[in-house]
Design a protein around this ligand. Structure first.
Ligand code: SF4
Length: 239
């Protein structure tokens, strides 16, 4: 077995049973100077931002601006920075990548096929993510097992083979209710779209509100089968 994968599995065993703040504190020390948090500004990520700031942890926060986000998401980005007195680094796609893609396949290529949708996610999210992760030993994500069929096996720490570093998932065992309770109890800013039926929020053109009882991620790429519903940030073994 890959030595780094083995180390990540041992780390996951060590972290198992810890509460999210303990996991973050441990990770901040263990990967000191080589860890960052990728925030999509979703509810889980807002919880993690609050925990990082509240505990004064040395974990820089960054986000990816695909260029197709909701205005409400941009408002939340500003609100979060003001509320906590922090700067969130923003990574954008490279304009030549987007120009080539749009001129070859159209600006709304994502609705044509799963392959085109993944290509768009690659250019707008995955490549900026790779730049953001360059030189790091670990990154923090807001994944929860409940979120989708593709996330049911995720652990507190895992080796991210695609990006070549450890992924830390402090909220992995949390329920939707625990996330909501934390937001309320700690007065954490969140996206106004959540009050209009939006659950998992990504690009405006690929996200819609869901009805009560529907799977939380059914509002993302709703025209695709459930097994395809990842944006590429958490795909495994894809280049
Ligand atoms: S979510 Fe949609 S618009 Fe955004 S990067 Fe993916 S395919 Fe492109």
């Amino acid at each position: 077995m890959n030595k780094k994968k083995h180390q990540a599995e041992n780390l996951a065993i060590h972290l198992r049973g810890m509460i999210p703040e303990q996991i973050l504190k441990y990770a901040a020390g263990h990967f000191a100077g080589g860890i960052a948090f990728a925030s999509s500004l979703g509810t889980e990520d807002q919880v993690i931002t609050d925990m990082i700031v509240r505990n004064n942890l040395d974990i820089p926060i960054f986000t990816l601006d695909t260029g197709r986000l909701f205005n409400e998401t941009y408002e939340l980005l500003e609100q979060t920075e003001k509320c906590y007195g922090i700067k969130i680094a923003v990574y954008f796609p490279k304009s030549p990548d987007i120009e080539i893609m749009a001129n070859r396949y159209g600006v709304n290529l994502f609705s044509d096929s799963v392959a085109n949708r993944k290509y768009c996610c690659l250019q707008r999210k995955v490549k900026p993510l790779r730049r953001a992760l360059r030189g790091l030993s670990a990154w923090v994500c807001g994944l929860r097992r409940e979120q989708s069929v593709t996330r049911s096996e995720v652990a507190e720490a895992e080796w991210d083979e695609t990006n070549g570093l450890v992924k830390i998932n402090p909220l992995i065992v949390w329920s939707d209710e625990e996330v909501k309770r934390y937001l309320t109890d700690h007065d954490v800013p969140y996206n106004r779209l959540h009050d209009q039926g939006f659950v998992s929020i990504g690009c405006a053109c690929c996200t819609r509100a869901v009805k009560p009882g529907e799977h939380p991620r059914s509002g993302r790429w709703w025209w695709e089968e459930p097994e395809h519903k990842e944006c590429g940030l958490h795909w495994k073994n894809e280049k």
